[in-house]
Design a binder for this molecule. Structure first.
Ligand code: NAD
Length: 260
């Protein structure tokens, strides 16, 4: 008996990086991951890789900022499996610019992917979770849900916002056996971070190595990146919650960068 046998988990942004690792690990423990991503070709490739290992997976095209696409993607999952037990709202991007120059369009784009995406996917899944009297919702936060860094005005704002969203859901969802949590990773070497290293080096006028050592990992206890595996452990821990005891909580996974 595996921990997630028969459970259906919709994971946004799971064609790459952290979300992909969560999908692979969820499938390895008996779950059926729904690979929901803007990039349908990459989502299908991830689903095929999981199917090749003998597990089940389903890819859906989903721009999490598009209400109609989110509703359709969730409806397609319900048509195929009849339920969604777990939502991991993970899709995200990063844009770094000094506050004084931050383009308004980029501010709105980033907030929309992180916050509209979390809201729309949660709302679409929630009616099915309430009907089933079961749901586990996990938001991908960040150390930037608790702490700030230069050049990241909308990202820090959005990631702090997810904590508030989870607390509301924890209260509203409780009577329907729906829990809400936030996982808050430190820096993880994914395409999202690989893109930032040269951008931050340019903005801060330092080398890429210095960005890693003196910006990204400076406050960790051991100079280590957090791994996708470590983040998946935390997400699947909340996904397997037996009851409401930890609902509304956020967990920082960051090699000691931020301690609370
Ligand atoms: P990534 O770039 O490797 O993967 C992000 C995925 O999201 C991609 O597959 C992309 O196609 C998808 N995506 C982007 N916009 C989308 C949209 N509008 N609709 C649907 N899918 C969309 O990034 P990652 O590092 O794996 O990041 C995943 C999450 O983890 C993000 O929310 C990010 O903020 C968070 N996070 C990352 C780090 C890190 O250091 N990498 C640290 C803390 C939190």
């Amino acid at each position: 008996m595996n921990r997630f046998d028969g459970k259906v988990g919709l994971i946004t942004g799971s064609a790459s990086g952290i979300g992909k690792e969560i999908a692979l690990r969820f499938a390895a423990e008996g779950g059926i991951p729904i690979i929901a991503d803007l990039n349908l070709a990459a989502a299908q490739a991830t689903a095929q890789a999981i199917q090749a290992s003998g597990a089940e997976a389903f890819a859906v095209a989903m721009n999490v900022t598009d209400e109609a696409q989110v509703e359709k993607g969730v409806a397609d999952v319900i048509a195929k499996y009849g339920k969604i037990d777990i939502l991991v709202s993970n899709a995200g991007i990063q844009i770094v610019e000094p506050f004084v120059d931050f383009p308004f369009a980029d501010w709105k784009k980033l907030l929309s992917i992180h916050l509209d995406g979390a809201f729309l996917t949660t709302r679409a899944c929630l009616k099915h979770m309430y009907a089933a009297n079961f749901g586990r919702v996990i938001y991908m936060g960040s150390v930037h849900s608790k702490e700030a860094s230069k050049l990241k005005a909308p990202y820090v704002t959005a990631k702090h916002g997810l904590i508030g969203l989870a607390k509301v859901l924890a209260k509203e969802g409780a009577e329907h056996n729906v829990t809400a949590n936030v996982v808050c990773p430190g820096f993880v070497r994914t395409p999202l971070v690989d893109k930032q290293i040269p951008e931050q080096a340019q903005e801060l006028g330092i080398t890429e190595e210095a960005v890693i050592k003196t910006v990204m990992l400076k406050e960790t206890v051991d100079g280590q990146f957090t791994s996708t595996d470590d983040v998946a452990d935390a997400v699947l821990f909340f996904a397997a919650a037996k009851n409401n005891v930890l609902t509304g909580q956020s967990l920082v996974v960051s090699h000691g960068w931020f301690m609370q």
